[in-house]
Design a protein around this ligand. Structure first.
Ligand SMILES: Nc1nc2c(ncn2[C@@H]2O[C@H](COP(=O)(O)OP(=O)(O)OP(=O)(O)O)[C@@H](O)[C@H]2O)c(=O)[nH]1
Length: 310
């Protein structure tokens, strides 16, 4: 084995986030934690994209603990880590892949969020675990999206169902599920178009795909996975609201947590929506997508990964 470990990648991936949070908190704990200082801490946490609710809770906890003089910066960060962990622990849920045969997973998200790459990563990981995986190029809106998924499918060695650009996505999903059933596939992952600028069209298209799949298997799709690009910050949070409304999201994957200072948005998304977060992406390689340990990620974000608990 060569290359950095997952932990090293995780540390690298959240470095900017962590640096930003630590930078925002720098020097704030040197004096007494009076109201003005607590306000500053709360603002620093919000500036780090953690979301207002988490920031307010951390403020309240610091105030509650009757922290008198000289609360060290490190002490504050340990509290921050604990609170982040609590938020993440509620949503960090592995993807369950034994719901049905074939299990149908609809993958949604705006163009560029990392949808295709995430489908490829998931397909590769689950194939490695011994599942028979098939992908369907349901983003018929763009020829490039179809081509990109095809390239990935060939590289990973999983079957793909794809049609022509501009084809009917629901028809394609139907054909894919029929084939998946006939070929004894365990998991069918269906890509979709993510045209958020036209909410009505997107809603109609996703509803049609669901309807068509449901005709073959009333339980399908078993999962509706939303892929979010962490670098878009607040915009990613808005996307959750829209996709929840149009598609009944069952879980999320957050990508591009590497090289962005916006990793706090993972916490804000968890806090605000409480939807399961199945995996996070910290790079472009297959191995860069995984489920996560809330304690580990919280400590990395808060910049206390090197310190023991307690
Ligand atoms: N750094 C980094 N890049 C990522 C990650 N996930 C995806 N990408 C990159 O983001 C870009 C967009 O990813 P795609 O998978 O093509 O996104 P998409 O949502 O399918 O976009 P369309 O194909 O345009 O619909 C690609 O260059 C990916 O390699 C990640 O976790 N980290």
């Amino acid at each position: 084995m060569s290359g950095p470990s997952w932990r090293e990648r995780l540390l690298g991936g959240f470095k900017k986030t962590s640096d930003r949070l630590v930078g925002n908190l720098a020097g704030l704990g040197a004096g007494r934690l009076d109201d003005a200082t607590l306000d500053e801490i709360e603002e620093a946490l919000i500036a780090s994209d953690l979301g207002p609710a988490t920031a307010a809770r951390i403020r309240a906890r610091l105030a509650d603990e009757q922290v008198e003089r000289g609360m060290e910066e490190l002490g504050i960060r340990l509290v921050v880590a604990e609170e982040i962990e609590k938020v993440l622990a509620k949503v960090a849920k592995p993807l369950i892949t034994d719901k049905a045969r074939p299990q149908v997973m609809l993958v949604i998200g705006v163009n560029g969020s990392g949808k295709t790459t995430t489908i490829a990563k998931l397909a590769a990981i689950l194939k490695d675990q011994g599942l028979k995986v098939m992908v369907a190029a349901g983003d018929t809106f763009r020829a490039a999206a179809i081509g990109q998924l095809r390239t990935w499918a060939e590289r990973i060695g999983v079957p793909i169902v794809a049609g022509a650009e501009g084809g009917d996505a629901a028809g394609l999903a139907h054909e894919a599920l029929k084939r998946a059933e006939a070929e004894g596939i365990d998991l069918l992952i269906v890509d979709t178009a993510g045209r958020l600028q036209n909410k009505r069209e997107l809603m109609d298209e996703l509803a049609k795909i669901r309807r068509v799949l449901g005709r073959i298997d009333p339980e399908a799709p078993h999962d509706v996975l939303l892929v979010l690009d962490a670098t878009t910050g607040q915009n990613a949070l808005n996307q959750i609201a829209v996709f929840k409304e149009v598609a009944g999201v069952t879980g999320m994957v957050m990508t591009k947590l590497d090289g962005t200072a916006r990793g706090g948005v993972l916490v804000a998304a968890a806090e605000q929506y409480g939807l399961p977060i199945h995996a996070i992406g910290v790079g472009e390689k297959v191995d860069d997508l995984r489920g996560f340990d809330p304690n580990e990620v919280a400590r990395i974000i808060a910049g206390v990964a090197a310190f023991n608990r307690g």
